[in-house]
Design a binder for this molecule. Structure first.
Ligand SMILES: [Ca+2]
Length: 179
């Protein structure tokens, strides 16, 4: 093997540029100038209980988690997996007393966890319950979310969760001008 190449990148004094890029990319969150080099971004998305997780296809957040970094997720809102089954709705923690159980004709998004819970995953990793959070997720890859129901049973779902993601973008692409 050849000797590894050591490369040093200077990132000093680009904090203002990073913050400005973060505002554009996130769309919301940093309404005022951030402290230099504090490139944390807050992004809020809506997870529709009728679609997010149907056929086991998670809803993409638009946030990609870089290896070695983490994201913090909180959620609010209410939804139901079957308005004819119960008039009650669940928050992002789902119904603790109703465990999503695989059926012969349809498996759960996350079997063995509360029905109607907000679940999330990073890349191709196994999904986990996110709930109301704050929940810290790590890994590598796109961050995506789903409503926990049998994957063939989403048509009768109602409601949505508002999911807020706080993260520090990796220093690549538009976040690292001049680096
Ligand atoms: Ca359903």
């Amino acid at each position: 093997m050849n000797s590894p190449t050591t490369r040093t990148t200077t990132r000093a004094r680009i904090g203002a540029t990073v913050a400005a890029a973060a505002v554009v990319a996130g769309g919301i969150g940093l309404a005022t100038p951030a402290v230099a080099n504090a490139a944390t971004v807050t992004k809020t998305i809506t997870i529709d209980a009728k679609t997010a997780g149907a056929d086991n296809v998670f809803a993409q957040s638009g946030v990609t988690v870089a290896a070695g970094s983490t994201v913090s997720v909180t959620a609010t809102g209410s939804a139901t997996f079957d308005p004819n089954y119960t008039t009650e709705v669940a928050g992002p923690n789902g119904y603790p007393e109703i465990t999503c159980t695989d059926q012969p004709q349809s498996t759960c998004v996350l079997s063995g966890s509360p029905q109607m819970a907000l679940v999330g995953k990073v890349g191709t990793a196994a999904p986990v319950v996110v709930g109301t959070g704050p929940t810290t997720l790590s890994g590598s890859g796109p961050l995506s979310f789903a409503f926990n129901d049998q994957i063939d049973g989403f048509a009768n779902n109602e409601g949505s969760f508002t999911v807020t993601i706080t993260y520090t973008p990796p220093c690549t692409g538009i976040f690292c001008f001049g680096s």
